[in-house]
Design a protein around this ligand. Structure first.
Ligand code: NAD
Length: 489
């Protein structure tokens, strides 16, 4: 394994197939840049379509046995994975923090423990799941769908993997995983966790690679039964297109531009600071971040003042720094993208309340961005319409609550939505009118139990709990299961 914090490391054995580490065939290599210093920090070998083929072969062979394993066996396996994951959590924390640039405290308190919870949650769903139901004289039976291709983004390097992997294992599926090329080391470490926990060879296989070759090969592979993807809507469309000829199941977790409606009776001293901090979680690199804040026009000055105070109180810095709340963005492309959105907000005439172009003072290297707040944002502006994926909040004024709901829903996305009110009945009423897969009332804590997924271009399918579990299952109806039961006789 790579030593974190040492000089540039090279990892060539990035292919984990049939329980063995190997060098990929011919995919080239990828250099990881330290997001805090912009120095080269590691190099990994990338796989190719040929490596995907090997991994799929191993997963297919393993499925013959694993797909028929008992619930007790898989439940025990998930318990062991969860235990090893917890025992090795400090290694996971330092590795994840290194490749993502996430503050160590945040990696320790949020990224890693939340990723680990999926193994326990999946086990709990598995042990209480009813696999068979008698309906009339027929039997409805659930079975694992087969070999699953998992393709994930870099922003929650472990959580995005475990929210799929844990449920695939629980279902009895076997897996070919391609993590983001920007965060391969936490995925490599996760394979070590699985090995140590006794996951049989071939059940989970890893191919480190880029989207064009490895991701695309997974999506298109005729012997993969399902592809589950988390990433941008742009790449998700490619995945669906590549998957179509083989008619596999496609599960997509894509982008977002979540609205946060502050109702007139909300306690602003509570709602605004919490809303700003929630928008900036993980340096704003969160698909479900509430990045469009809708506020009553008559309260806009007070809201802007509170948002400014909050944004300016945030400590940005390198992962190990004292009290650091926000780390850098992941890479140069993200930095440039976020800067261009800040520029577009200024050019389109929004009021810059906090932050702006360039790095925070005292940070002259690294992909650090100033926590930025725009007020008086028009609904049509790019900063209100498009996913920025950085710490940039757009505050939009409304005249009536109906207008706020209409603007909130007028988006190609539908991942999350938020409503804040002092009157629970009113908040609930608004929540029912928001078109999103998850609605948070009064900034309820995020969790790993309730369904997670999007409407419209935020994707299809759900993760977590029984809904996430059933994504990995096929349904078989056995007719004539009970004798004398054919209603047509
Ligand atoms: P991305 O789409 O560039 O990459 C995601 C993954 O897809 C990576 O592993 C990448 O290598 C791969 N990929 C890229 N092009 C591909 C192709 N043509 N075929 C197959 N695979 C391909 O996204 P990103 O920059 O890694 O992540 C940021 C995006 O992810 C944001 O849009 C964010 O909203 C979204 N996201 C969504 C959720 C969710 O649950 N809805 C969670 C986290 C992130």
């Amino acid at each position: 394994m790579m030593t974190v914090g040492a000089s540039m490391q090279t990892r060539t054995k990035t292919l984990f197939v049939d329980g063995n580490w190997a060098e990929p065939d011919e995919g080239g290599s990828f250099t990881l840049i330290d997001p805090s210093t912009e120095a080269q920090m590691a190099r990994v070998s990338l796989g190719s379509a040929a490596d995907v083929d090997r991994a799929v072969g191993a997963a297919r062979r393993a499925f013959a046995t694993f797909g028929r394993s008992s619930v007790q066996y898989r439940s025990d396996l998930l318990t062991r994975i969860s235990e090893v994951f917890t025992a090795r959590s400090e290694e996971l924390v330092s590795t994840l923090s290194m490749e993502l640039g996430a503050p160590l405290t945040y990696a320790r308190e949020f990224h890693v423990p939340h990723a680990g919870l999926h193994f326990k949650n999946a086990r709990d769903v598995l042990t209480s799941y009813q696999w068979e139901t008698a309906v009339g004289g027929a039997l409805h039976v659930r079975e694992p769908i087969g070999v699953c291709g998992l393709i994930t983004a870099w922003n929650w390097p472990l959580m995005l993997i475990t929210s799929k992997l844990a449920y695939a294992i629980a279902a009895g599926c076997t897996v070919v995983l391609k993590p983001s090329e920007y965060t391969p080391f936490s995925a490599i470490l996760l394979m070590e966790v699985l090995e140590e926990a006794g996951v049989p060879p071939g059940v989970v296989n890893l191919v480190v690679g880029d989207g064009q070759s490895v991701g695309n090969a997974i999506a298109a592979h005729p012997d993969i039964d399902m592809v589950t993807f988390t990433g941008s809507t742009r790449a998700g469309v490619h995945v669906a297109q590549s998957a179509a000829p083989s008619v596999k199941r496609v599960h997509l977790e894509l982008g977002g531009k979540s609205p946060n409606i502050i109702l007139p009776d909300a306690d602003l001293d509570l709602a605004i600071p919490k809303g700003v901090l929630r928008a900036f979680v993980n340096s704003g690199q969160a698909c479900i971040a509430p990045t469009r804040m809708f506020v009553p026009r008559e309260l806009s000055d007070r809201v802007a003042e509170l948002a400014k105070q909050t944004a300016e109180s945030i400590v940005t810095g390198a992962p190990g720094g004292d009290g650091v709340q926000l780390g850098p963005l992941i890479n140069q492309a993200q930095f440039d993208r976020v800067q261009s959105y800040i520029e577009s907000g200024i050019d389109e005439g929004a009021t810059l309340v906090a932050g702006g172009l360039g790095r925070p003072s005292g940070l002259d290297r690294g992909y650090f961005v100033k926590p930025t707040v725009f007020a008086d944002v028009a609904h049509e502006m790019r900063i209100s319409q498009e996913e920025i994926f950085g710490p940039v909040l757009s505050i939009i004024n409304y005249d009536t609550v109906e207008q706020a709901i209409e603007m909130a829903n007028d988006s190609p996305y539908g991942l999350g939505a938020y409503v804040h009110s002092g009157d629970m009945a009113r908040a609930r009423e608004v929540a029912t009118q928001l078109r999103a897969g998850r609605v948070y009332i009064n900034l309820a804590a995020s969790d790993t139990v309730n369904p997670f997924g999007g409407y419209e271009q935020s994707g299809n399918g759900r993760e977590n709990g029984v809904h996430g579990f059933e994504e990995y299952l096929e349904l078989k109806a056995i007719l004539g299961y009970e004798s004398n039961s054919n209603p047509e006789q």
